[in-house]
Write a protein that binds this ligand. Structure first.
Ligand code: ADP
Ligand code: MG
Length: 695
């Protein structure tokens, strides 16, 4: 890094060692480069002077020009405050100070023209400003019209390092005699992608001559952020594509076509067809497939998986399908066995609790190649499994699996098996591309025809009886219901109290033998789980009372009611997943969210969002606003927390451009031999850990 950027901020004019310490502790600013990269979060326009008569109830920060008419200290001791009357020539308002009053008292001069800046308060019908910024008119007229505003912490405020101070020291850094910012892209590149020079961008973002300059500077930095975010993934993908020879499928259309023509109960959606084509083009390309398939809950990913399995089988390869939970593995097994039986294909199920005897039997049949598709949980990777000829690995509900596990499963293939990762996590395309950027990407963006939107309501707990009456009506019509309880984790022991009590109470409202109510939870024996799931899938059980073990993947089209108890305790994506268990058939489905009356504003927003929209993408955006990227699984490791200006929601066009740019550079110069500045910059870039694996 050049000497200027690497300089310690304590040597900067206006900082010194005391302030430097605060800046380090509070904002992580050590060197000039850190300071320059501390961007303002907004700007105020100080070219306009407001009149008091123009102030409205929602007016934000503004500036006024006028004179002080009167100054007075009122109250005593702790209640002491300074009150000044300010006039803009037409009207008067009060200015208030509660701290530092002596200094202010000595600064203010009656009848001298001054400029005040702040946010107006409305108090009992009158307007005042508390602790406004003060300036002389002359000073103001000499300053830039647009002013950067920076975040400061409480601790900084008590040390009097406020936005004004930050603005000043950044100004000192920008006007430093040794100011120099190396460019990292070539001139040609900057021209092509419409990037202003880096050294200008820092000037403009902190001291913008105009709104246009702010936009140009922000564009440059957003582009950079999205460039560096995607760079390692794209690089990894390109390397993989170069070296990873995959199994080349050649046979087409045997059991695949047969199944579609003879046994498929519905017509594939256009989105499913498109995705199947994308998958096929991988399978028959001779390169290893590494594809992410994203589709909202209920969009029909399973059949895509099954048809892909048939492609493998048609080419004499085995396939495995890995699910995140035992129940889901069981469910896939039950569902897919029905399909496989139609075309005489043997499939197997392996979970952590498959008895030893069965396990040995499974191993044998896998090795001999009799079993064509093995479905299972993590056991699939933990176990010392040997396939005869594994050619395809499918992972359902990716967000629960780590990259390491993916690699381990792949390594079970003698050659590089094709990999399809399926996820319902509804994340924006750009986010997906960044989180799983080393994968190719397909999306099912269309629901099967004829689905009726699920009716979602929110009720308070005391409406439960009415809700249960409704369930009864629906059962009489032949429907089935889920009732889900949150699992309360306490001192590592799982408590099933709510679930058990709920179950006992339900039995009173739904007595046997008229009604069949069953309970399902994670701690049950696998064979019991399988039996309960099967009874529910077969329609023998009317109500399945369970914990969130049924959260993902479960598919029972006749179930049309989802009741979620203590819904306020669930996160948005979980609620969306749970709701996705109904609405899978032709009947009108319902999701009823029960909660207590007392709700945090966050919980209220979540429940309202559920009632208002059924789009997983919309919900995920709301979720991100509520929680920030940091908490969303996998974002930290993906470097998304490094985004300061760019947003994957709103800057997807820039993300695309940056992606294009990365590909352009890497395909011409994969080792960055002709991009020395960029190479050096990336090597030095803090937190850019992936570079070692890349260079
Ligand atoms: P998910 O994408 O959530 O895994 P599933 O694969 O479980 O969804 O499919 C949900 C339901 O929709 C299943 O009952 C499945 O049989 C059905 N389905 C899938 N594709 C279609 C289609 N093209 N037309 C009608 N129903 C479909
Ligand atoms: Mg699924």
């Amino acid at each position: 890094m050049n000497e200027y950027l690497a300089s310690d901020i304590k040597f900067l004019k206006g900082v010194g060692s005391t302030r430097a310490e605060v800046l380090q502790k509070e904002l992580g600013i050590f060197r000039f480069t850190d300071l320059l990269n501390y961007y303002p979060f907004r700007y105020v326009d100080r070219s306009k002077f407001y009149k008091i008569s123009e102030i409205e109830s929602d007016t934000s920060y503004i500036q006024l020009k006028g004179t002080i008419k009167h100054i007075e200290e009122v109250g005593a001791l702790k209640k002491k405050r300074l009150v000044a009357t300010f006039s803009d020539g037409q009207q008067e308002i009060e200015l208030l100070w509660f701290k530092g009053t002596n200094w202010i008292k000595n600064t203010l001069k009656i009848n001298e023209e001054i400029v005040i800046f702040g946010k107006p308060n409305h108090y009992k019908g009158s307007i005042n400003f508390s602790h406004p910024e003060l300036d002389t008119l002359q000073n103001r007229l000499n300053s830039a019209p647009l002013e950067a505003v920076y975040h400061t912490t409480e601790m900084m405020k008590t040390r009097r390092i406020e936005t004004k101070v930050i603005r000043q020291i950044i100004k000192n850094a920008l006007n430093h005699e040794r100011y120099s910012i190396p460019e990292i892209f070539t001139d040609e590149f900057c021209k092509k992608y419409k990037l202003i020079p880096r050294n200008k961008a820092f000037q403009y973002i902190h001291q913008p001559p105009s709104q246009r300059h702010i936009e140009a500077a922000q564009y440059r930095f957003k582009f950079e952020e999205l460039f560096f975010l995607q760079f390692p993934f794209i690089r990894k993908k390109m390397i993989r594509k170069e070296v990873n020879h995959g199994i080349k499928f050649t046979t087409n259309n045997t059991s695949y076509a047969h199944f579609i023509n003879q046994h498929l109960a519905f017509k594939l959606t256009n989105a499913q067809e498109k995705v199947l084509e994308e998958i096929s083009s991988d399978l028959y390309s001779g390169k290893q497939m590494n594809r992410l398939l994203q589709g909202d809950v209920g969009s029909g990913k399973t059949i895509v998986a099954f048809l892909t399995v048939l492609r493998a089988i048609d080419n004499n390869y085995q396939a495995s399908l890995m699910a995140p939970t035992e129940i889901l593995a069981i469910q896939h097994y039950i569902g897919l066995k029905e399909l496989a039986d139609k075309i005489n294909i043997q499939i197997g199920l392996l979970t952590g609790s498959t008895p030893k005897k069965e396990r040995i039997e499974l191993h044998k049949k896998l090795l001999s190649g009799d079993i064509k598709l093995l479905i299972g949980t993590h056991a699939l990777i933990e176990d010392t499994l040997a396939f005869n000829n594994l050619g395809l690995v499918i992972i359902d509900e990716q967000h629960r699996f780590g990259v390491a596990q993916r690699a381990k499963l792949q390594s079970k293939g003698i050659q590089n098996p094709h990999v399809l990762v399926m996820t319902a996590t509804p994340i924006p395309r750009t986010l997906a591309m960044s989180m799983y950027g080393d994968l190719d990407y397909s999306v099912i963006d269309e629901m099967p025809a004829g689905r009726k939107p699920i009716k979602t309501v929110h009720r308070f707990g005391f409406a439960r009886e009415k809700v249960l009456d409704f369930v009864k009506e629906q059962i009489i019509k032949g429907r089935q219901a889920y009732i889900v309880y949150p699992l309360i984790e306490e001192s590592e022991k799982l408590h099933y109290k709510d679930l058990n009590n709920g179950y006992d109470e339900l039995l009173l409202s739904f007595p046997r033998p008229t009604y069949q109510v069953e309970m399902l939870h994670g701690k049950m024996k696998p064979s019991d789980k399988e039996a309960k799931m099967k009874d529910f899938a077969d329609g023998k059980t009317h109500i399945l009372v369970s914990t969130t073990v049924i959260e993902v993947g479960i598919n029972v089209p006749n179930a049309s009611i989802m009741i979620i108890e203590s819904a306020e305790k669930f996160g948005l994506s979980q609620l969306h997943q749970l709701r996705g268990r109904v609405g899978r058939g032709d009947e009108q489905s319902y999701c009823i969210l029960l909660s207590s009356k007392k709700l945090s504003s966050n919980a209220r927003t979540r429940l309202q969002a559920m009632v208002q929209t059924s789009s997983g993408f919309e919900l995920s955006e709301i979720d991100m606003q509520l929680r920030g990227f940091g908490d969303i699984a996998g974002t930290r490791q993906s470097g998304l927390d490094q985004l300061k200006l760019a947003s994957l929601n709103t800057d997807s066009t820039i993300a695309e451009k940056a992606r294009e740019a990365v590909i352009e550079i890497l395909s011409e110069d994969s080792k960055l031999l002709n991009h020395q500045n960029l190479y050096v910059f990336m090597r030095e870039k803090q937190g850019y850990t992936d570079w070692e694996n890349i260079a």
